[in-house]
Design a protein. Structure first.
Ligand SMILES: [Mn+2]
Ligand SMILES: [Mn+2]
Ligand SMILES: [Zn+2]
Ligand SMILES: [Zn+2]
Lengths: 147, 147
DNA sequence: CTTGATGTTTAGAATGATTCTAATTCTGTA
DNA sequence: TACAGAATTAGAATCATTCTAAACATCAAG
C-alpha cells in the first residue's frame, strides 16, 4: 500500500508547491501510510528512526507541516493531547475510544455533511467541518493468542 | 443574566459534589456568564482580577476545572490553541471565524445529533459528539461609529 | 567541474499553556 | 477557640511544539 503510486503523489504534490522530495519527507509519509493509527510526531519519530537513525524530531515536525500543507495528511487534535496525523483524505470523522485511547476513522457520507452544514444560520460559510466522537468502540479480536 | 438563579445553580452543583462555594468560583463563573465569548483561562484571569485583584491564575484554572467537573461549563479546544470555556449547556457546535478568531455557538437540533450518531458502524457507542466549523461568519454591525 | 543561492535538516534553546508543589489561608465543625 | 480538611496562592516543572543558527544538500549557472 505504499509504493510508486503514493510515492509519486508525494513527489508531485511537493513539486506543485515548489518543494523538494527528500528521504525524510518520503519516510515520514511512508510511515504514516503503513500504520494508519493516527500517530503523534513522537511516535512517527521512533518509527522513522529505525530506517533513518539520524533523523531529528524537528525534521519530523517539519515534514509533517509540509505534508499537511500539501494536503496529503490531516492534523487531528483531541482535547489537549499531542497532535495526531492521518493520511486518510476522504471526508471522515474521528472516534476516540475512551478505554484504549485509540482513534478510529468514521466515513462520512456527503449527505451527512450537507445536513450538518444546513444547521448554520444565514451568513455563515464553513470551509471545514470537523466531527469528533468519544466513547467505546467494538473490541477488535486479538488476531491470535500466542502459546 | 447573572444573579440568583445562576448563583444558586452554582452553589447547588458544588454542594452536590461536596465542594465549597467560594468567591473565586463564583466570580469565575459569573465572568463566564457575563460575556459569552468563549474566553481562555488567561482572559478570565484578567476579567476576574478587576473584582478580586488577589486571585491567581492557578486558581482560575482550578475553578474552571471544578466548573467543568460540575457540568456547569464546557471546555472547548480548537487545534492547538489555549482551551476556551463556554457556559452554554445546550447541545451546540462551535464556529470559528477564520478572520476574527471569534468562536460562535451554533445550536444543534436533537434530530441532527441523531443523524450524526447514525453514521457510526455497529458496535460503536458514543458518549459525546463534538462538531467544529471553520469559516466566515456574518459580520455583526459595529454598534455605533464614534465621532 | 566550481560556485553560489536556496532549500533542508539538525541539535538544542525558547515558548506557552497547563499542571504540580508546598506553603498559607479559610471554613465548618467539635 | 482549635483543628481538620478544603481551597488558594506563587512559583517551579512539564511537555508538545516552534524557533534559531549552523551544517548539509541540491540545483543552476558560469
Ligand atoms: Mn504532535
Ligand atoms: Mn486555557
Ligand atoms: Zn483519520
Ligand atoms: Zn459554546
Amino acid at each position: 500500500m505504499i509504493t510508486t503510486e503514493n510515492s509519486d503523489a508525494l513527489a508531485q504534490r511537493l513539486a506543485d508547491s515548489g518543494l523538494r522530495s527528500t528521504p525524510q519527507r518520503g519516510l515520514v509519509y511512508e510511515a504514516l501510510l503503513k500504520t494508519r493509527d493516527h500517530p503523534t510526531a513522537d511516535e512517527l519519530y521512533v518509527r522513522v528512526k529505525s530506517d533513518l537513525p539520524t533523523i531529528s524530531l524537528a525534521t519530523v515536525y517539519n515534514c509533517l507541516e509540509t505534508l499537511v500543507h500539501c494536503h496529503l495528511v490531516r492534523a487531528v487534535n483531541f482535547e489537549r493531547g499531542p497532535t495526531r496525523y492521518c493520511p486518510n483524505l476522504q471526508p471522515h470523522a474521528h472516534f476516540h475510544d475512551d478505554d484504549t485511547g485509540e482513534t478510529h476513522d468514521i466515513d462520512l457520507p456527503a449527505s451527512l455533511l450537507h445536513q450538518v452544514n444546513a444547521v448554520l444560520p444565514g451568513g455563515y460559510h464553513s470551509s471545514s467541518i470537523e466531527i469528533i466522537f468519544r466513547g467505546k468502540s467494538p473490541h477488535r479480536r486479538a488476531s491470535a493468542t500466542k502459546a
